[in-house]
Design a binder for this molecule. Structure first.
Ligand SMILES: [Zn+2]
Length: 145
């Protein structure tokens, strides 16, 4: 593989409007510099607990975004024009891990939603719902059913 263009995981990462589910924060090096992956285009920093929505055109633009917007320094600043095969393979593994975790979380949520729907259907079919008590606003001590 000569580039990430052939990587299904990378193409799926790009196709998502936001970050993959359960996406980790950026790794840092020993100097606390943010490590941006090859061709990475989405910011993974959280601002007050909320993921930053930045989705930019290039990894270079992401580095610029992180440095200007979040006031952090990035490791390696920008990308080599011809990344090594090892770097491409490592980046592909990173995107594969991201999308595997994304798929796992989505599958788990889908199962949970189906299970809830199944239980709700059972309850609607077989169980009488309890009467709702209405509190009278004028006379607070009085409870009507
Ligand atoms: Zn950001």
């Amino acid at each position: 593989m000569a580039s990430l263009n052939n990587s299904t995981a990378y193409q799926r990462y790009l196709a998502l409007p936001g970050l993959p589910r359960n996406c980790p924060d950026f790794d840092r090096n020993l100097n606390n510099e943010v490590i941006v992956n090859l061709h990475e285009r989405k910011c993974r920093l959280k601002v007050l607990g909320v993921p930053c929505p930045a989705f930019v055109g290039t990894a270079g633009a992401l580095v610029q975004h992180i440095e200007l917007r979040h006031h952090l320094t990035c490791a390696g600043r920008g990308e080599a024009r011809r990344p090594s095969t090892a770097k491409i393979l490592a980046a592909n593994a990173f995107y594969e891990d991201l999308m595997t975790e994304h798929d796992r979380v989505v599958a788990e949520e889908t199962t949970a939603v189906r299970e809830r729907a199944r239980i709700q259907n059972l309850q609607v079919g077989n169980v009488k719902l309890p009467a709702i008590k209405i509190l009278d606003g004028e006379d607070r001590g009085d409870v009507r059913t």
